[in-house]
Design a protein around this ligand. Structure first.
Ligand code: INI
Length: 158
């Protein structure tokens, strides 16, 4: 980074920060692993258990509405959205993907609170396994890390 200009960067320190996590129950087998990864990451970076709250919704399509409630209630530094959308033989999953990504971006920009897109979108179950704590890591954990960095950055910005 250029040391001569004022630069803002988020730190990975979650001490004193409050997080809301919205989880989709559809494909819960994988989403529960994402949630485990997210909570573990927040705790290991200094967040307190009492400062982490979760809500479960039926499917990823329903995440943005609940994310909006959390983002606008004034209680949280960041909201993390967790879901797993697996392509099937119809276009249903594509519609769900389009709406959840658009919805979360909108909630984040309108509320001014980081809303982190931790929704895993895959072509098949193998890819979902890989991203839920296997060889491609845990997307819940990386979403939580992003949430911490963004919350820290927003605390610093003018
Ligand atoms: N919801 C998911 O979270 N993942 C999926 O893979 C999925 N597929 O493939 O259908 C899914 N559908 C349900 C959707 O999110 C809504 O709950 C439902 O359409 C009711 O609004």
């Amino acid at each position: 980074m250029n040391a001569e200009v004022k630069t803002y960067e988020g730190l990975l320190d979650a001490k004193g920060m409050r997080f809301a996590i919205v989880c989709a129950r559809f494909n819960e087998f994988f989403v529960s692993h994402l949630l485990g990864g997210a909570v573990d990451c927040l705790l290991r970076h200094g967040a307190a258990k009492k400062d982490i709250e979760t809500a479960w919704v039926p499917g990823s399509f329903e995440i943005p509405l609940v994310a909006k409630r959390f983002a606008t209630c004034g209680k949280f530094d960041a909201v993390i959205a967790l879901g797993v959308v697996i392509q099937g033989s119809t276009a249903h999953a594509s519609y769900v993907n389009a709406e959840v990504s658009k919805g979360l971006a909108q909630v984040s920009v309108e509320s001014g609170i980081p809303v982190i897109y931790g929704v895993v979108t895959t072509e098949n179950i193998d890819q979902a396994i890989e991203r839920s704590g296997c060889k491609a890591g845990n997307r819940g954990s990386s979403a939580a890390e992003t949430a911490i960095e963004m919350a820290s950055l927003l605390r610093q910005l003018p």
